[in-house]
Design a protein around this ligand. Structure first.
Ligand code: NOJ
Length: 527
C-alpha cells in the first residue's frame, strides 16, 4: 500500500509545538504561566494547526534550573497547578485532537529530591549508589578535571561524608547513576506513571550526558577553545558525553513507550550527525526522533543549508524519520539570529522540509530575544557565566497590547519585549500578512499536501541567493524556492502555480519559464 498521511504514525505526519510553561499563559496573577493557562489557549494551537504540545518540566522543583531540577517526578509543581489540572488539560487537549508530550529529565534530579537527600546521609545509605559519589583526588580536590555545563567544576564536595558528587549541570542537579539497576527501574516507572495518564510521549532531556566514564579519566583539553566560548568547552567531553552505555538505556525507555502503543520518544542530544544517528537505536529501537538542532548552528546561506540537508538525509539510518527545529528555550531566537524577514523564509523551510517540525512558542509571532536588565536576570547560567544566559529567549508570550501582554495580570517573571504594543498575537490576528498568518498558512498547506508532510525530498538548486527543492508524493510535485538574500532573485521553471509566498500575496499566480522572487521571499509552487 502506498504511504499516505493515514498510514504513517501520527508523529511523522504531525507538527510539534514546544510550550515553555512559565512563559506561556498565567491565570492566577503570580506572573508565572500555569497549566490552566495552557488549557485556556487550546484555540491557539487548533487555529495554528499543530498536533502535539511538548511542555517543558512541570514537576515539583526548587526551580534552580526552572524545572530541570526535579524534586518529585510524579506530581505537578504548585506554581503550575495540580495533577487534576494536568488530567483536565490532557482530556481537553485530546478532545481538540491535540496530544500532550512531557519532558523527562533522566540525567539528574534536584539536590532536594528525596533520593538525593537520602543518598547524602552517609556513605552506607541505601541510596548512596543512586548518584555518583567519589573520593577526593590525591590532592584533596575533585576526583578529576570534569567541568559543569553551567560553569565551574562538575564535582561538589560534601564535607559530612568526605566525598564529592558529580553534576553535569548545577550543584543543585546531582547526576543519577544509571549503572544502578534500581535507578533505571525507578526512572522507567516514571515514564509509566505519565503514560498511564494519557501522555503521548516524552522529550528526553540531556540524554547524551546519561553516562560518564567509569574509570573517571580526565577529559582532554580542547585545542580549539576561544575565550568567547563557554568555559565548560575548555575541555573536550570525551569521557562525560555520548558514552556507549546510553543506547541500551534509551532502548529500555523506548520499550516502555512501545508497550503503550503509538507513543513518541524524542531525544535531546547536541551531537554531530555521525554520533546522533546512533540515537535512533539498533533497528530503530531507540528514539523515533533524536532532535536535529543543526539549523540553529548552520550559517544561513543557501549552499550551507543545502549541504546540511543533504548530509542529514544521507546520514539517516534506513527507515529513520527526520526532524527539524529552528530554536528552543536554550538557544537564541531564530528571528534574532536571522532578522525578521528571513525568519519568515526560515518558517517556510522548517515547514516544507522532510521531517517532523517542532515550533518553539513565540516563533509563530516572530518573537525576538528580549534584553534582560541586570536586576531581572533569572537564569543561573547567566549568573555564573555572564553572556550565556537563556532568559532573553524565555520571555512571556505577548498575547495582547495590554500591560502584562495578556500573559499575566501580575508582574511577569521576565519582562515582555519593548515592542509589545505592535508585536502581539491579537494584532497579528487581524493582520492578514502577519507572521502568525504565515505560520497558519504554512501549516494549512502542509496538512493539505501529503507531498509536504510525508513526500520525498529532491534538491533542485543552491546558489548565492536561492535554495530550492522539490517535495513529491505520487504524481504531486511541489517546488519550494527560498530567497535567502536581500536581493531579487529568480529560478527557471517550466510551468508552475504558486500556492504560497512568505509575503502572503501571490496565491494562485501562474508562472512560466521563470519564477521571480522578491528580496527575502520564499514560495511554494505546484509543478
Ligand atoms: C537541557 C534543557 O533544555 C536545559 O534547559 C536544561 O538547563 C539542561 N538540559 C539541564 O537539564
Amino acid at each position: 500500500m502506498a504511504e499516505n498521511s493515514h498510514t504513517v504514525p501520527w508523529w511523522q505526519n504531525g507538527i510539534i509545538y514546544q510550550v515553555y510553561p512559565r512563559s506561556f499563559q498565567d491565570t492566577n496573577g503570580d506572573g508565572i504561566g500555569d497549566l490552566n493557562g495552557i488549557l485556556s489557549r487550546l484555540d491557539h494551537f487548533v487555529h495554528l494547526g499543530i498536533d502535539a504540545i511538548w511542555i517543558a518540566p512541570i514537576y515539583p522543583s526548587p526551580m534552580a534550573d526552572f524545572g530541570y531540577d526535579v524534586a518529585d517526578h510524579c506530581a505537578v509543581d504548585p506554581i503550575f497547578g495540580t495533577l487534576a489540572d494536568f488530567d483536565r488539560l490532557v482530556a481537553a487537549a485530546q478532545a481538540r485532537g491535540l496530544r500532550i508530550i512531557l519532558d523527562f529529565v533522566p540525567n539528574h534530579t534536584s539536590d532536594r529530591h528525596p533520593w538525593f537527600t537520602e543518598s547524602r546521609v552517609s556513605r552506607d545509605s541505601t541510596k548512596r549508589d543512586w548518584y555518583i559519589w567519589r573520593d577526593p583526588g590525591p590532592d584533596g580536590g575533585p576526583p578529576n578535571n570534569w567541568l559543569s555545563e553551567f560553569g565551574g567544576p562538575a564535582w561538589t564536595f560534601h564535607p559530612a561524608t568526605g566525598q564529592y558528587y558529580y553534576h553535569a549541570y548545577l550543584p543543585q542537579q546531582p547526576d543519577l547513576n544509571w549503572r544502578n539497576v534500581d535507578v533505571r527501574a525507578a526512572m522507567l516507572d516514571v515514564l509509566r506513571f505519565w503514560f498511564e495518564r494519557g501522555v503521548a510521549g516524552f522529550r528526553v532531556d540531556a540524554i547524551h550526558h546519561l553516562f560518564e566514564d567509569e574509570q573517571l579519566r580526565d577529559n582532554p583539553s580542547n585545542p580549539d577553545w576561544h575565550d568567547w566560548m563557554s568555559p565548560a568547552r575548555r575541555v573536550l567531553r570525551t569521557h562525560t558525553m555520548d558514552q556507549p552505555e546510553v543506547h541500551a538505556a534509551i532502548a529500555e525507555m523506548r520499550k516502555v513507550a512501545d508497550a503503550y502503543g503509538d507513543r513518541l520518544m524524542i531525544g535531546e542530544a547536541y551531537l554531530p550527525f555521525d554520533r546522533l544517528m546512533a540515537y535512533y537505536g539498533v533497528d530503530l529501537t531507540g528514539f523515533q526522533l533524536p532532535f536535529n538542532f543543526e539549523l540553529i548552528h548552520t550559517p544561513w546561506q543557501p549552499t550551507a543549508v543545502a549541504a546540511l540537508v543533504a548530509a542529514y538525509e544521507a546520514a539517516l539510518p534506513q527507515g529513520a524519520w527526520p526532524n527539524w527545529v529552528l530554536g528552543n528555550h536554550d538557544r537564541a531566537r531564530v528571528a534574532s539570529r536571522l532578522g525578521p524577514e528571513q525568519a519568515r523564509v526560515a518558517a517556510m523551510l522548517l515547514l516544507t522540509l522532510r521531517g517532523t517540525p517542532t515550533i518553539y512558542q513565540g516563533e509563530e509571532l516572530g518573537m525576538e530575544n528580549v534584553p534582560i536588565p541586570l536586576d531581572r536576570v533569572q537564569d543561573p547560567w547567566e549568573r555564573n557565566v555572564p553572556g550565556f544566559g537563556r532568559d532573553p529567549v524565555r520571555t512571556p508570550m505577548p498575547w495582547t497590547a495590554e500591560p502584562g501582554g495578556g500573559f499575566t495580570s501580575g508582574h511577569p517573571w521576565l519582562p515582555l519585549g519593548a515592542d509589545l504594543a505592535t508585536a502581539n498575537a491579537a494584532a497579528q490576528e487581524v493582520d492578514p500578512r502577519s507572521m502568525l498568518a504565515l505560520y497558519r498558512a504554512l501549516l494549512r498547506l502542509r496538512r493539505a499536501e501529503p507531498a509536504l508532510a510525508i513526500g520525498k525530498f529532491f534538491p533542485v538548486a543552491a546558489t548565492e541567493e536561492v535554495f530550492a527543492y522539490e517535495r513529491r508524493h505520487g504524481e504531486r510535485r511541489l517546488l519550494v524556492v527560498l530567497n535567502m538574500s536581500g536581493e531579487r532573485s529568480e529560478i527557471c521553471v517550466d510551468e508552475a502555480v504558486i500556492l504560497l509566498s512568505t509575503h502572503l500575496d501571490r496565491e494562485k499566480e501562474a508562472v512560466s519559464r521563470r519564477l521571480f522572487l522578491r528580496p527575502n521571499e520564499g514560495c511554494v509552487a505546484q509543478l
